[in-house]
Design a protein around this ligand. Structure first.
Ligand SMILES: Nc1nc2c(c(=O)[nH]1)N[C@H]1C(S)=C(S)[C@@H](COP(=O)(O)OP(=O)(O)OC[C@H]3O[C@@H](n4cnc5c(=O)[nH]c(N)nc54)[C@H](O)[C@@H]3O)O[C@H]1N2
Ligand SMILES: Nc1nc2c(c(=O)[nH]1)N[C@H]1C(S)=C(S)[C@@H](COP(=O)(O)OP(=O)(O)OC[C@H]3O[C@@H](n4cnc5c(=O)[nH]c(N)nc54)[C@H](O)[C@@H]3O)O[C@H]1N2
Ligand SMILES: [Mo]
Length: 766
């Protein structure tokens, strides 16, 4: 698999790294977690730099953790409000390793592409602006001014503003994302795909149409008094470890936690809170009271089964569902009952693959309690019927009256640390009339009114030659998106690609004809403008806006902040002739926040209110205001069962994260909790499926997907027997993204089907 002109590998050399297996861990975090985190930090950052930075992570006067978007509670642990993976994210960003122009003059992009993603990331930070000129294979230095001019010139050449695409990953601040979104609009396009399109877009669609807001409704404190918390399709022990502290608190107060997941993920089995000395010494807390090992993509069947059983119990005593709530706030109850009557309990149970006594235990908990929170992540959002998955779980909350009151509600657990804020301040490919009106009023320019492209459509537009300039504010687009070969062809057709990034990744090698690499600060670094050190703001998963202020000395004097880069690009492009004074915004973040307050609904006096604990953005669900929805009510919905049309030999593959990665950034080669050491190319399989295919532990297989007669292959994975439902299997992303066809995505949210890919496995004969 190679680039036609530059000879770029999409995978790096595929070599095994020495798999060792152990039994999956019984306990998450605890001392092992702290040791792993500190080892990693000290190695990457040095002891002093690590201690200094870790002491300020998630503290009021410090910076927000660059890892996930889980909120910081009101009274954070004084010393350590972070987790193992937060510490790893910090160490990874604040590493002392770097690649400069000298390095790139010696090593070509073709040679670099032979490295694995793990080795590429290890090379370290980008420290000066670089350009890869057409036909060349070596990046060379370029001044910031010339880089801005080059982008402005290429943008100026376009026939139509929709030939440019502006991608955003979720690590940017509100200030940077706001400027970026406004620049794209001022330039004339809504082509603003973002990582959300591959992530929680399905949640946004499902929640907007049922509850009137695309975000969750709970606050972190709601967990403390919840009676039942469902954790569906989410692996918090690895991806949101601080959430385990909230779940522990919930359990301490008598709440029950139910995990719905094909895998018994470690954090949900047992947890030792690294912030509590007692916990560290003891055996930890059993986290999930009940674990339902549902088959992949059978969550609608399970939710329907729960709804049916709850309805049946309610018919007996009228006390299981909240009829007052349904009467006042909810539309669609009769249709929902009619829908449920079409399915038999046996059929639903059989599809889920679950034991009926476990399901009945969950029904009993749901029947007898109403302070219910449902959390979910990628296990629900990355399927063809993802929007249905989420709507069916919202049905449960609505029938129970479990929204708009304390200790209950929806909790889509966000991924990137500011992915929610980016959307709030205007990163979206669709048109928001209200926002457009406020842009006209306060920014005094005419925003475009035509819908832009999302991630999938962006790739298609580039592939068809309809888009020629591709700018990325962070991220690793080529590796994160589906259909790696197709996506890389698409990006390589562009005239210019621009990456505003912290660390080296494969999207810096798979580029347009000309490519720019613009290095920027990480979260933890000090941002000084006009002699004053600045803060930025971010929004957590629960809708709270808070400050973030870095403290470490930047890895290089040549870095610029994201807001400065975007503002100076806009200033260069418009040559100072635009109603927005971009040049001034480059160094005056207070002025950016003042514009956000005026233009973005819900933001108020952000410079001041973001201090300390920060402030919550308005949320209609918390006030039981559904006036924006049909009949002014929350909507129950009916959602058909999915049909993957599996062939007999096919398995359903979910592509998941190991414990040692942040999305496409690979920190290490272990997945400690699942008992995998020193290897990423593994395929988790049910032993019966191995048997029926005559496969043994450690056999090497190729994974093949076949959609619309096209066969895609991911080579060389080592088979590992694992407790996973029959017919299901799992492997890590991004190595498996080349199996997902570009046109296989969720209905309406267009999120790639990364959690239900139909594959066959074929033994590689050595
Ligand atoms: N350390 C670390 N933290 C992260 C990230 C990271 O890569 N590393 N990524 C961040 C980002 S951007 C995001 S979006 C989040 C992702 O957080 P998660 O969604 O927890 O991440 P995944 O590894 O994709 O895990 C999906 C989980 O869903 C389960 N699952 C898969 N398919 C199904 C299904 O059909 N039904 C059910 N019920 N379960 C299913 C899998 O077994 C797995 O436990 O984490 C964020 N935080
Ligand atoms: N098969 C499969 N594919 C998936 C998923 C899956 O579960 N399975 N998950 C999807 C999900 S949920 C997501 S969110 C996407 C992630 O897609 P992206 O957000 O595009 O990818 P990341 O790997 O998070 O991006 C990492 C890069 O961001 C840059 N970076 C890090 N910090 C900063 C910063 O502060 N500023 C700037 N400017 N750059 C920074 C670094 O250069 C780093 O290499 O992937 C999606 N792809
Ligand atoms: Mo994500």
């Amino acid at each position: 698999m190679v680039h036609k002109k530059r000879n770029i590998s999409l995978t790096g050399n595929i070599e095994f790294t020495g798999l060792e297996l152990s039994a999956p861990s019984q306990t998450a975090a605890g001392l092992d977690g702290v040791t792993a985190a500190l080892n990693h930090s000290f190695k990457e950052m040095g002891v002093l730099r690590s201690m200094k930075a870790l002491a300020k992570m998630n503290q009021e006067d410090g910076f927000r953790c660059p890892s996930c978007a889980w909120p910081v509670p009101k009274n954070p642990s004084k010393l350590a409000e972070y987790c193992e993976n937060g510490a790893k994210a910090l160490a990874d960003e604040a590493t002392r390793e770097y690649v400069d122009a000298e390095f790139f003059s010696q090593v070509s992009v073709e040679e670099l592409s032979l490295l694995s993603d793990y080795d590429l990331n290890k090379l370290g930070r980008l420290v000066e602006p670089l350009v890869l000129r057409e036909g060349n294979v070596h990046y060379e230095p370029i001044s910031w001014q010339d880089a801005y001019q080059l982008i402005a010139k290429e943008l100026g050449k376009l026939q139509n503003p929709d030939e440019a695409i502006f991608y955003t990953s979720g690590r940017s601040s509100n200030e940077a994302a706001f400027l970026y979104g406004m620049f794209a609009r001022a330039f004339g396009t809504n082509n603003m795909p973002d990582c959300s399109n591959m992530c929680h877009e399905s949640s946004g669609v499902a929640l907007s149409e049922t509850l009137g807001i695309g975000k969750g409704s709970v606050k972190v404190e709601d967990f403390y008094g919840a009676e039942v918390v469902l954790v569906v399709g989410q692996n918090p022990g690895t991806n949101h470890p601080r959430m385990l502290s909230a779940l522990s608190e919930c359990k301490k107060n008598g709440g029950k936690v139910i995990s719905i997941n094909p895998l018994a993920e470690t954090g949900l089995v047992n947890f030792k809170n690294p912030q509590k000395v007692g916990d560290m010494l003891g055996s930890g807390n059993t986290m999930a009271d009940i674990h339902l090992p549902v088959k992949i993509n059978e969550d609608v069947a399970l939710a329907k089964l729960l709804l049916k059983k709850l309805n049946k119990l309610d018919a007996e005593n009228n006390q299981v569902l909240d009829h007052g709530f349904i009467e006042n706030y909810v539309k669609g109850y009769d249709d929902l009952r009619t829908d449920l009557s079409k399915y038999s309990e046996e059929e639903l149970l059989q599809r889920t693959g679950l034991d009926s006594t476990l399901v009945d235990e969950v029904v009993e908990l749901l029947a007898n309690n109403s302070k219910i929170i449902i959390c979910w992540a990628m296990g629900l959002t990355q399927h063809k019927n993802a929007v249905h998955n989420i709507r069916e779980f919202v049905n449960i909350l609505l029938l129970k009256g479990s929204v708009g009151k304390p200790f209950a509600g929806t909790c889509p657990v966000r991924g990137h640390s500011n992915v929610q804020g980016d959307r709030s301040v205007g990163i979206m490919h669709f048109v928001n009339e209200g926002l457009n009106n406020r842009i006209r009023e306060h920014l005094k320019f005419e925003p475009p009114t035509k819908k832009g492209v999302d991630t999938v459509e962006a790739i298609q537009a580039m592939h068809q030659g309809k888009a020629k300039v591709f700018v990325c504010l962070g991220g690793n687009f080529v590796m994160a998106a589906s259909d790696t070969s197709y996506t890389s062809e698409a990006v390589q057709k562009c005239d210019l690609t621009v990456q505003i990034s912290t660390k080296l990744n494969r999207s810096h090698l798979i580029t347009g004809k000309t490519a720019l690499l613009l290095p920027t600060f990480g979260r933890s670094e000090k941002d000084v403008q006009k002699g004053r050190s600045q803060f930025l703001t971010m929004e957590s998963s629960t809708g709270k806006v808070r400050r973030s202020k870095g403290l470490l000395k930047p890895v290089s004097g040549q870095l610029k902040s994201e807001p400065e880069i975007i503002a100076m690009l806009a200033h260069t492009f418009f040559e100072g002739q635009h109603p927005v004074d971009w040049e001034n915004l480059a160094s005056d973040y207070e002025a950016i926040r003042a514009l956000i307050d005026k233009t973005v609904k819900g933001f108020q006096n952000t410079s001041k209110n973001s201090k300390g604990h920060g402030y919550y953005l308005p949320n209609n669900v918390r006030n039981l205001d559904f006036s924006m929805l049909p009949d002014g009510k929350a909507q129950l919905t009916t959602n058909p069962l999915p049909d993957l049309k599996l062939k007999k030999e096919e398995l359903v593959l979910m592509t998941i994260r190991s414990h040692d990665q942040f999305n496409t950034t690979i920190y290490g080669l272990h997945d400690r909790y699942r008992g995998i050491h020193n290897e990423r190319r593994v395929l988790f399989m049910n032993e019966k499926d191995m048997e029926s295919r005559a496969l043994k532990k450690r056999d090497v297989v190729n994974l093949k997907s076949s959609y619309n007669k096209k066969i895609r292959v991911a080579e060389k994975f080592i088979v590992v027997p694992y407790a996973i439902p029959q017919g299901n299997c799992a492997a890590y992303f991004p190595e498996t993204n080349l199996l997902v066809p570009i046109d296989q995505f969720a209905d309406r949210s267009q999120t790639p089907i990364s959690k239900s890919i139909k594959i066959t496995v074929e033994k590689v004969i050595a």
